[in-house]
Ligand binder design. Structure first.
Ligand code: MLT
Length: 234
């Protein structure tokens, strides 16, 4: 398998062939994985708050979740902390979800024509790697959500960990991602604490989310895009 890592969000000019993983460790990937692991029926992402509100008006019983600048959007039921997406709150519910960078990265992957599109984070590492091995795809693209169009340490490091676990033919950006992951010697809490977004999370009072996003293999579930919705893969 050849693995390419997009270290920053990238508008693609040509369609691609292969599978994709969208990575936003802090926090969209971690929150999506937690919500589905806690029994949410599906998660539909939107780029804008307006779209999310319009969808929620069309159908009753939907939960609205997401953030801007890390803070819950006014009028939404939930923000973007994995800890909010408990079984009691999300079980059997459909969620409409919009975040600053994560849902944008998903949209870029969708536009590229890649399939399947999976969601990855430390919480589902082994399930994700197992699923990618099963796929036997010849090409894999890892989409790091980054931060406001820029590089994010934690997304690059997680991409590096996937590359290390899978092996295969690594492009230069994939090799760089592996080196970044290894520079933290497996200390994921430190990686998240020292990242720019991790520091921002601590500043705005979401420091406890770093622990929730740093646990490896907490869930045996991989979200996959099916049509317009993310659901648990089979
Ligand atoms: C995003 O999509 O930009 C992030 O998940 C932001 C956040 O941590 O809430």
């Amino acid at each position: 398998m050849r693995i390419e890592v997009f270290l920053t969000p990238r508008q693609l000019t040509e369609p691609l062939e292969g599978a994709a993983v969208v990575i936003d460790v802090l926090r969209a990937s971690s929150t999506i994985t937690t919500a589905l692991a806690h029994g949410a029926k599906s998660i539909q992402t939107t780029l804008t708050e307006k779209e999310a509100l319009e969808l929620a008006q069309k159908r009753e019983g939907l939960l609205l979740g997401g953030e801007r600048q890390g803070i819950k959007i006014e009028g939404f039921h939930l923000g973007n902390s994995p800890g909010e997406y408990t079984k009691e709150v999300v079980s059997d519910r459909k969620i409409i979800f919009t975040t600053t960078n994560g849902t944008r990265a998903l949209e870029l992957a969708r536009e590229s024509g890649l399939a399947p599109i999976l969601i990855g984070c430390f919480l589902n590492l082994s399930a994700l790697v197992g699923k990618l091995k099963e796929l036997e795809t010849s090409k894999l693209y890892l989409f790091c959500a980054g931060r406001a169009g820029n590089f994010s340490l934690e997304d690059a490091a997680f991409a590096g960990l996937i590359c290390q676990e899978l092996g295969g033919q690594l492009g230069d950006s994939a090799k760089a991602a592996v080196a970044i992951y290894n520079s933290f010697q497996g200390d994921i809490p430190r990686l998240l604490r020292e990242s720019e977004h991790g520091r921002y999370m601590q500043e705005i009072g979401f420091g406890s989310d770093l622990a929730l996003c740093s646990e490896v293999d907490r869930y045996n579930l991989v979200p996959v895009l099916a049509g317009t919705e993310l659901i648990p893969s089979e």
